[in-house]
Design a protein around this ligand. Structure first.
Ligand code: NAI
Length: 358
């Protein structure tokens, strides 16, 4: 049952396969019956060509005002790989357009639920984890410099404030969603100070959530556990760089990057995007898997309070994957993006109950 409200949602189509999969996600969200007024804004290559900048100030301002966005993937800037955003007289430099978007919109938690689906070939059919990645600091702050021609340094920044905030978010998420436990990933035996502070913050926050079991695991051992005993893991809280890497690992063992959705959550703004990139190698072929962005859209509906519509989309996706007749090539099938989208919309009409989601 939908609330009957009309929501305003910003839409960034994205680069590469972005427009193909964004169209699919919009069609599926609309098919749930939730009323959404889409407001499209430019970012990425399209924005660079039309407005001379991949992240126009007008786009940032509009997304801040609207507060919720669905976003396709964006290409990294070609020449420098870095991006400059002007604040009055000062320039702020970011390592990529996505990094700039997250930090300019002050989102701090990147939430990526990744699970195996019956019907998708994987040696790990019991995988069901949620990666909660801190996205404001760690090595991705972009503080790198050359120390002479043959030596380069990068700064890893970890603060108690950001670490406690991400752990609080993860525990609240686990409690609200009935998840089994929270595990912190780190390398505190080597990075005693930075990862040590991250872990200590997790332990401090865990005290306030005695009903949610908490443990921790070295990042290398965590990778091993993911491929040996994935069912011992549930919500994983990770600093920025490990979170980035583990997402692709988890998506790969679940069957495809095309199955990994994501949310970027801040105090005032939340935007929803697939974990994968713009996939330039398959752009324009009509074979991109739209499921990760469709599930990101489902998370968006959950964020708006439309939990029933969110569950129906997960259920419909699970049904289409289980039936196995409409799989894109990344999943071993021959279906096109539009075939999968149509099948999910058809399954929405038949979806009942809950098969699990984030
Ligand atoms: P990628 O995720 O775009 O592609 C990696 C591989 O996965 C490719 O073989 C691609 O064809 C495949 N793939 C990805 N999504 C797929 C989908 N939905 N269906 C079927 N196959 C899919 O990663 P890559 O090649 O490293 O990055 C390409 C560009 O995307 C870069 O400019 C990168 O900076 C950007 N990127 C953007 C992200 C974002 O906007 N959040 C995230 C990651 C990368």
């Amino acid at each position: 049952m939908n609330s009957g409200r009309e929501y305003e949602v910003a839409l960034i189509l994205g680069d590469g396969i972005g427009p193909e999969i964004s169209g699919a996600a919009v069609a599926v969200l609309e098919a749930t019956g939730v009323s959404i007024r889409w407001r499209e804004f430019a970012a990425g290559e399209a924005a660079r060509q039309c407005h001379g900048h991949p992240l126009p100030a007008a786009t940032l301002a509009a997304v801040r005002t609207i507060g919720v966005a669905l976003k396709g993937p964006l290409l990294a800037p070609k020449q420098t790989g870095r991006l400059v955003v002007r604040h009055g007289d000062a320039d702020v430099t970011y390592p990529s357009v996505n990094n700039a978007l997250r930090r300019e919109l002050e989102v701090f938690a990147n939430v990526r639920p990744i699970r195996s689906f019956p019907g998708v070939p994987t040696p790990f059919p019991s995988l069901d984890v949620v990666i909660v990645r801190e996205v404001t600091e760690d090595t991705y702050i972009g503080w790198e410099e050359m120390k002479g021609p043959d030596e380069a340094w990068a700064i890893k920044r970890i603060t108690r404030q950001a670490s406690e905030r991400i752990f609080r978010f993860a525990f609240e998420y686990a409690r609200a969603r009935g998840r089994r436990k929270v595990t912190a990933g780190h390398k505190a035996n080597v990075l005693n100070l930075t990862d040590g502070l991250f872990l200590a913050s997790g332990r401090d926050v865990a005290v306030a959530f005695p009903e949610v079991p908490f443990d921790d695991c070295m990042i290398d051992a965590l990778c091993l556990r993911l491929v040996k005993q994935p069912d011992t893991l549930d919500v994983l809280v990770l600093p920025n760089q490990y979170g980035d890497i583990l997402t692709d690992l988890c998506a790969g063992i679940a069957g495809s990057l095309g199955l990994a959705p994501g949310a970027n959550i801040g105090a005032r703004v939340a935007f929803f995007e697939a974990s994968h990139g713009a996939a330039p190698d398959i752009v324009g072929q009509g074979i991109a898997n739209p499921i990760a962005l469709i599930l990101s859209g489902a998370m968006l509906l959950g964020h708006l309070g439309e939990a029933a519509a969110e569950r129906r989309i997960w259920e419909a996706v699970a049904r289409v994957l289980r039936e196995g007749r409409h799989l894109t090539p990344d999943l071993g099938g021959h279906a096109r993006t539009t075939d999968v989208t149509r099948a999910i919309i058809a399954a929405l009409g038949r979806a009942e109950g809950v098969t699990g989601s984030a």
